[in-house]
Design a protein around this ligand. Structure first.
Ligand code: NAG
Ligand code: NAG
Ligand code: NAG
Length: 222
């Protein structure tokens, strides 16, 4: 899966900048394709602009089945804890969001045993109160997730193409590196031989001219 190298990269970066990633909030979009019979995490993350401002939030999830026009209230999460509000989802939703805090930035939920009837639009509503020194600010954030339920996991062409490209580029780079190494090695070896030959020639010439001079000297001296 193309997601794996990305995850690896992210965790590597997080390892490098641990102090930054620690507790940091990132607004990752939800997946939108669920497989029938399996579980699915409906993601909904809303980061506070300024993490130091104290906040508290309550969450509602609504659902509009494909082909219908109205949203149904299916789930709430507030100071009283989680509540499933709709018969169809009874015992099928679990909280996957921020834990042990009223300051909810991750309002994701987990859907068990997804059926084809779960296809449709999900809306998560985060009702947040930010507490400043002298006043409170109320922020309501809406996010939509269009869920498609499929019989088997399908892969988008984009993810297949990106995976193939990844392997091509990795192998291509290795081969290129190898060729470059061989080429450089040969060039250096050839240059070395050339230099040796030149040095030998130069020495030979020097000796030759020296002996010629000597001979000339001898002749002059005669
Ligand atoms: C979400 O909740 C489900 C069910 O409780 C659990 O299996 C899953 O590991 C949770 N995922 C995350 C990311 O918390
Ligand atoms: C999912 O469905 C199966 C069969 O219908 C049932 O046995 C199982 O308990 C269900 N799981 C959950 C988490 O509801
Ligand atoms: C899906 O919806 C149809 C029509 O409302 C209903 O007959 C059927 O039993 C539902 N299936 C499941 C798995 O809930």
């Amino acid at each position: 899966m193309a997601a794996v190298p990305t995850l690896l990269l992210v965790s590597l970066l997080c390892g490098l900048f641990a102090y930054r990633c620690d507790g940091a909030c990132a607004e990752v979009d939800s997946d939108t394709e669920a497989v029938a019979g399996r579980g699915f995490k409906l993601g909904c993350i809303s980061c506070k602009r300024r993490s130091e401002v104290e906040g508290s939030a309550t969450i509602e999830w609504h659902f509009k089945p494909d082909g219908e026009s109205d949203f149904l209230h299916i789930y709430s999460y507030n100071e009283n804890g989680p509540t499933i509000e709709n018969e169809v989802f009874m015992d099928r939703i679990d909280w996957n969001g921020s834990k042990r805090s009223n300051d909810i930035q991750d309002a994701s939920i987990y859907l068990f045993n997804v059926t084809f009837n779960d296809s449709g639009t999900y809306r998560c509503i985060i009702d947040r109160i930010l507490t400043y020194d002298n006043y409170e600010h109320n922020d309501i954030i809406n996010k939509l997730v269009h869920l498609t339920v499929v019989a088997k996991a399908t892969r988008t062409t984009a993810s297949i193409v990106s995976e193939v490209m990844m392997y091509v580029s990795i192998i291509g780079l290795q081969v290129w590196l190898l060729i470059e190494m061989i080429y450089c090695y040969r060039k250096i070896a050839a240059a070395g031989e050339e230099a040796l030959r030149e040095a030998a020639n130069a020495e030979y010439l020097a000796i030759a001219s020296e002996s010629k001079d000597n001979c000339a000297g001898v002749q002059v001296g005669e």
